[in-house]
Write a protein that binds this ligand. Structure first.
Ligand SMILES: [Zn+2]
Length: 310
């Protein structure tokens, strides 16, 4: 399978339009050595001219327009994108679905709770139902891989399988208390194991770091694209003067004795790539100590346009 990173930043992108933190300011004035980034978006291609989106970022329209592989066939309404797989109902993961609303039939895979949140509580997403056939929602079960839909016209046997991995974590703040009471917690945030021909991608752009499952799936993968939101637990509070810690927001920080790097120390034979970097993260500056520490530990940082063949 081919894996493309169309966007590598957390919500807000880098730089963020209303942020004057050291990173964003230094980027604007041209002194930070690093790349600008759109909001996290990954696409996976199991076969020629077929793509699956992992989440649907707020920057999706721009991301698709900038890559000719996502262009429609000349002379007709079409798309090589056959499906979207959602890891949570966070705004940053689902807003792009509205960019896909132009009467385009699609399959959307998610937990049952995420589907309920988007279809019962956010009526705006009903615009997706206007396509013919309407968008088809499919529930991702836990514990068993399911074949992922490919182009309906190809007639090919599905060769790509997706397994949902519960990661802990919380439902988004916008969910009403009434609905929240009825939703199983393990359906809030999931990781995805995508397997084709014995090659495995593990995708977890939000990783609360609870339990041991995520470590097992990371170690069993050829490529792990993992949560690189924050370098330190109090990063957001230090920059903004208030707010929540990384842990409270459902992100395992990268540094520290209980951070992601430490938890995966010794895992060297898996290609480990960070994605979903918040604009406050010092790892966005290639000359920072944080970037040096990542290189030393064998980690890579995803960038917009990165491509991996598995
Ligand atoms: Zn900033």
């Amino acid at each position: 399978m081919r894996v493309k990173v169309l966007g590598s930043a957390a919500g807000g992108g880098f730089p963020q339009w209303n942020c004057g933190c050291a990173n964003c300011s230094r980027f604007r004035s041209g002194v930070l050595k690093g790349e600008g980034r759109t909001q996290a978006q990954v696409a996976v291609s199991p076969s020629k001219a077929t793509w699956l989106l992992l989440n649907a970022s707020p920057d999706l329209r721009q991301q698709l327009l900038e890559d000719s592989e996502f262009a429609p066939t000349q002379g007709k309404r079409s798309t090589p994108i056959s499906a979207v797989i959602l890891t949570s109902a966070d705004v940053d993961c689902v807003l792009g679905l509205l960019h896909l609303r132009e009467f385009q039939p699609l399959h959307i895979y998610s937990t049952a709770s995420v589907r309920r949140l988007l279809t019962e509580e956010n009526t705006l997403f009903r615009t997706l139902e206007r396509s013919d056939p309407p968008v088809c929602w499919q529930v991702l079960p836990f514990g068993q891989p399911i074949p992922v839909f490919q182009q309906a016209s190809s007639g090919a046997e599905p060769s790509l399988f997706c397994k949902a991995v519960p990661l802990g974590g919380n439902f988004p703040d916008y969910v009403s208390d009434r609905l929240l009471r009825t939703l199983p917690e393990e359906e809030a945030v999931i990781g995805l194991e995508l397997e084709q021909g014995g090659k495995r991608l593990f995708y977890a752009p939000s990783l609360p770091g609870r339990g041991e499952d995520w470590k097992r799936y990371t170690k069993g993968s050829d490529l792990a694209l993992l949560d690189g939101t924050f370098w330190t637990d109090d990063e957001f509070i230090r920059v903004l003067g208030s707010g929540k810690t990384a842990t409270q927001m459902g992100h395992l920080p990268l540094s520290g004795s209980s951070g992601l790097l430490e938890k995966l120390r010794g895992v060297r034979d898996v290609r480990r790539v960070l994605i979903h970097l918040n604009n406050t993260n010092p790892a966005l500056d290639q000359e920072s100590d944080a970037s040096g520490a990542l290189r030393e530990a064998g980690w890579e940082v995803a960038y917009d346009g990165m491509e991996v063949q598995l």
